[in-house]
Design a protein around this ligand. Structure first.
Ligand SMILES: [Zn+2]
Length: 194
């Protein structure tokens, strides 16, 4: 009887000696794996500045890095849209353009002006008495070049388009003086502006 108790004790002690360390080793491996997963390096960093979210959803703003703008625009488009440049009068593609359609932003495709609201201002730049819709453009006071003017920009991508003056025709009396380089004409219907 004593022997059997001792055997059982011995067996139990052996269990303690061999089983528990095994459990500890397994637990350690498991925990190690977990912490290894936590330490796993992040996937390659994505650009912080969001690229164009959608080419078709015009309600979404467009944010691009300077490099992305340089790659997606011609040098003249980049100069006007991103550096607030002005093309020389009578040199742009649309100053004397009379096609029927819509003029979209060359930077993001947002429909900005309609041919129905274009008029010949004689200035050498495409001129409109209204944007296609009030929410297509935003304005900003511009005090560069010793003048105080009202700058007009694309609401979607923030691209510089030109300036607004108060010498336009009825019904608004406004003249949206726009650089051809900031526009991309689309003949035909007026798309989402109708
Ligand atoms: Zn735009």
């Amino acid at each position: 009887m004593t022997t059997r108790v001792c055997d059982r004790l011995f067996y139990n002690e052996r269990s303690v000696i061999w089983v528990w360390p095994t459990v500890y080793v397994l637990l350690g491996a498991l925990l190690g794996a977990c912490s290894e997963a936590e330490r796993r390096p992040d996937p390659p960093a994505k650009p912080i500045i969001q690229t164009q979210t959608s080419d078709t959803d015009m309600s979404q703003p467009v944010n691009k890095t300077d490099q992305q703008w340089r790659e997606s625009l011609t040098p003249m488009q980049y100069h006007v849209l991103r550096e607030k440049g002005t093309e020389r009068a009578f040199t742009g593609e649309y100053h004397d353009h009379k096609g029927h359609g819509v003029y979209r932003c060359a930077g993001c495709g947002l429909e900005l002006f309609k041919s129905d609201e274009k008029f010949d201002s004689g200035t050498g730049w495409p001129s409109y008495w209204s944007p296609a819709d009030d929410d297509r453009v935003v304005t900003k006071t511009d005090t560069t070049h010793g003048m105080t003017r009202t700058e007009v920009l694309c609401r979607r991508c923030g691209g510089h388009l030109g300036h607004i003056f108060n010498d336009g025709p009825a019904p608004t009396g406004l003249r949206y003086c726009i650089n051809s380089a900031s526009l991309d004409f689309k003949p035909g219907g007026t798309g989402d502006t109708e």
